[in-house]
Design a protein around this ligand. Structure first.
Ligand code: NDP
Ligand code: OXD
Length: 321
């Protein structure tokens, strides 16, 4: 009997999520396995053993009686967790150094941008103003990272090596050398009180939805060198209350925001975020999923699984991440 087929369901809608590109990559890394780009006209659902997916429609994975594993082609599984018909087979997410390093680049870029007063300096340049301001050292700034998982822990480590005072907040207790670690709701306020620049790398779950709201922003440190605190969100748009962010930027509760993710993506053309002078906006590309790296990661996992080994980075449906 031949090897079970792999179904590819990719609905990203951007260049990086071109289904044809992913199909070509999977054909190369799974040469002896049928790779079916769905929707397809002519196939037997029973031949599908694996599904590699990005934002499949709800119910799209329900019709494969022999499905063994679902591979999410990104790190965040919130879209899949929202599908009540998701087959009860292991769901594997992405955790690879390529994606982690890309996210750390984004976090470091944006922390430095606010630390080094780039918004002010670019505005000065546009106005032909030679107007340097006092620049404080990195060790005067407290960066707080919400989410100390694969992505948060790596960003914390690099920021610490640049010299920032780094803290992190997670659900369970974590220990990272040189990083002050907080966990659970009871320790959230202490974490926020010492934070000048807040970085959010949480997954979107029932517990974290709209966690970035006015109540939380009001607890951030207002006495750091940066002045009004800054928020950087590269987790998911559903983590943020967008009306609260805008109101807090306008009344000075927040000094600035870097946002890579939004409740509605693509961000509608009439969104006030596009032109807000205190917002640095990117189109959900903090850390692209690289088709070369991720197809190899999935192929390796299938090989190990079929040889009787354990799958890695399996999502816990009870936690939702
Ligand atoms: P991980 O699962 O490795 O880490 C998640 C972290 O969040 C863990 O430290 C976890 O705590 C913490 N956490 C989860 N729920 C809570 C909670 N209720 N209270 C406190 N802490 C909590 O995920 P990754 O680091 O790999 O990815 C994080 C998210 O980043 C993804 O879910 C995705 O949404 C987003 N992402 C965005 C990208 C982009 O381009 N913008 C690209 C890739 C990912 P604990 O350690 O106790 O489990
Ligand atoms: C991911 C993403 O979760 O791209 O990997 O957002």
């Amino acid at each position: 009997m031949g090897k079970g087929a792999l179904a590819l369901l990719v609905h990203g809608g951007t260049e990086n999520w071109s289904p044809e590109r992913w199909k070509a990559r999977f054909d190369e890394v799974c040469p002896d396995r049928r790779v079916l780009q769905l929707p397809a006209a002519d196939f037997d659902p029973a031949e599908i053993h694996y599904a590699a997916v990005w934002k499949p429609d709800p119910g799209e994975l329900a019709g494969f009686p022999n499905l063994r594993v679902i591979f999410n082609l990104g790190a965040g599984v919130d879209a899949l967790m929202a599908d009540s018909s998701l087959p009860k087979v292991p769901l594997v997410r992405v955790a690879v150094s390529d994606l982690t390093n890309r996210m750390t680049e984004y976090v470091v870029l944006h922390v430095l941008m606010h630390h080094r007063q780039e918004l002010y300096l670019r505005a000065s340049q546009r106005e032909r103003q030679w107007a340097p301001k006092f620049q404080w050292p990195a060790n005067a700034v407290s960066v707080g990272i919400m989410g100390l998982g694969t992505l948060g822990a790596n960003a914390a480590d690099v920021l610490k090596r640049i010299g920032f005072r780094v803290a992190g907040w997670s659900r369970s207790r974590r220990q990272i050398d040189g990083v002050e670690c907080f966990h659970g709701r009871p320790q959230l306020e202490a974490f926020l009180r010492r934070t000048d620049i807040l970085v959010c790398l949480l997954p979107l779950t029932a517990d974290t939805r709209h966690i970035l709201n006015r109540d939380l922003f009001a607890k951030l440190n207002r006495n750091g060198p940066v002045g009004a605190p800054v928020v950087i969100n590269a987790g998911r748009g559903g983590l943020q209350d967008e009306a609260d962010i805008l109101a807090c930027l306008d009344d000075g509760t927040l000094g600035a925001a870097s946002l890579d993710v939004f409740a509605r993506e693509p961000l509608p053309p009439d969104s006030p975020f596009w032109t807000h002078p205190k917002v640095v906006l990117t189109p959900h590309n903090a850390a692209d999923t690289d088709a070369d790296e991720i197809s190899k990661y999935v192929a390796r996992q299938i090989e190990r699984f079929e040889a009787g080994g354990a799958l890695e980075n399996v999502v816990d449906p009870a936690r939702g991440y």
